[in-house]
Design a protein around this ligand. Sequence first.
Ligand code: ADP
Ligand code: MG
Length: 326
Amino acid sequence: MSGGIVRGLSPVGERSLIEQIRRRVRVGPSVVTGIGDDCAVLRVPPGHQLLVTTDFTLENVHFRREWHPPEVVGWRCLTRGLSDIAAMGGEPRAAFLSMALDRGVSQKWVNRFVAGLVEAAEEFRVPLAGGDTAQSAGGIQADIVVVGSVPKGTAVLRTGARPGNQIYATGELGGSAAAIARMREGRVRAADYERHFHPVARVEVGRWLRRRGLASAMIDVSDGLSTDLEHICEESGVGAEIEVAAIPRARVGRPVHQVDFDLALLGGEDYELLFTSAKKIPANVAGVPVTRVGQIVRKRGMVLIEASGNRRRLLARGWEHFKSDS
Ligand code: ADP
Ligand code: MG
């Protein structure tokens, strides 16, 4: 419970909210003690190292109440954390949810948000093992913490890309950004923009690559291909060449069409994996398409190779959230 300088949620309201969450949550083998005590007690497999990631989900930055149903906000909230665990090749073990809500947020909204989050938790068998609940000074803010693990020394880092490695991406890119662009103009059907409304963290692909030692470096695409690739390049001290024609552009909308190259290159929040490898990777891993999009080179900086053979400098132009123009 958090009192703080503003009056907190009434103790009764907070208790019943936590009770409701607790009733919906299943414990898993990693959780010795979950919701209800001062700390969760987790079991870590012998010989494993812990992975810990934390991600904000902020109203009007990551979602809008008028655009995103509460279940979608809850599902995406946990997906952000699971995707980071996936990008290390990790096994998710437990999740923690901190929530701040203003007085105007209805119980129904919260219930539906929790339902979406719990649905993702069950799909990925990661128990919600604790959190915190407080009143915000305005709007809805959530923070998800996901704890995962990998066998000692096997986490796939951003630092391992080497010249000559090929660059691969899972799934399709730009679909999430396309949904936001479209929603500025009017209503969209969630089913036409699956990757935005129901992104699935690539945990299985990450685990598959880590077990076989196939990925030399890996990151999840949360800020857009160009920005996230730059993180790998910077951390590994290398450069990259991307072939424009090879980028798997998302198919979205109605009628279905491929998104523009710009969106596929720059759009964020697709939660696909971007990784490098010295080996040839199958076109399909754990049921997910994998596409080679370029290669790592010695010379620093990123280059875009167009279908004509033209070379252009690729700059990391990150994913801009929709806050700035609201
Ligand atoms: P404390 O004051 O010791 O932090 P709280 O009253 O905040 O205890 O929380 C009681 C229990 O409920 C703790 O186990 C905590 O992890 C859990 N909890 C609180 N809020 C949430 C939430 N939003 N989601 C999941 N668990 C929660
Ligand atoms: Mg607390």
